[in-house]
Design a protein around this ligand. Sequence first.
Ligand SMILES: Nc1ccn([C@@H]2O[C@H](COP(=O)(O)OP(=O)(O)OP(=O)(O)O)[C@@H](O)[C@H]2O)c(=O)n1
Ligand SMILES: C[C@](O)(CO)[C@H](O)COP(=O)(O)O
Length: 233
Amino acid sequence: MKYYAIIVAGGSGSRMQSDVAKQFLLLDGKPILMHTLEAFANSELQPELLLVLNIHQHQYWEELCKTHSFTIKHLVIKGGAQRFHSVKNGLKAIKGKGIVAIHDAVRPLLSADLILRSFIAAEEHGNAVAGVQSTDSVRSINPEGKTEALNRENLLMIQTPQTFTVDILRKAYQQPFRNEFTDDASVVEYSGYTIHMIAGNRENIKITYPEDLEIASILKKKASENIKGLELY
Ligand SMILES: Nc1ccn([C@@H]2O[C@H](COP(=O)(O)OP(=O)(O)OP(=O)(O)O)[C@@H](O)[C@H]2O)c(=O)n1
Ligand SMILES: C[C@](O)(CO)[C@H](O)COP(=O)(O)O
């Protein structure tokens, strides 16, 4: 079986309000995006890596790779206007069959175990989408501002990786874009498939706002200390 990972890094990171797009901000001395690529490169099934980047950032990325001596093999593909179009461009670069994980570049803290489980479950069920239970109470709100409590037992917070057979994802991404398509699971569901959920990682946060980077730094430090600790025994 052939495995692929499409790392989507074509966004501008407007909510982060930083000078450079958030995927290039440093986490533990290295661009966030490099941590994400390393996570997949070091995972058991060794997926082929496809990196989707805004065309105007290709040269900047090349320079960053030189500066950080980053040598992990990956194909760079041009991004699209929305995440949907970036995924679609990544998918076009895959020619044959196989299993493909789609992952946000700005979720660098996912575990090797989650990557492996995601590929295995997608091979068995056709797709596998990571999610965690909400620890907050949740309410819906209508346009008039009226809110209503929701039963959080029935709700999941959706992460990436979202992993699919190439055939299923290809068929789903032939649809025209809709505003409701906030992730790949919604695209695939809209094309008629039932989504198979797997347990995500609580530390697999999406770095969106400045405080998320601070949280990620603490979690990364903790993860590095655990790895060093294990090497001692
Ligand atoms: N046209 C786009 C938009 C988003 N993404 C990627 O999709 C992931 C999740 O999107 P998000 O966190 O919303 O990133 P941005 O769109 O960059 O952030 P913002 O919405 O704050 O502008 C990110 O890794 C982002 O780079 C992408 O590849 N192409
Ligand atoms: C794909 C995603 O990370 C799943 O939670 C999320 O939908 C991306 O949303 P964003 O608004 O593009 O950050």
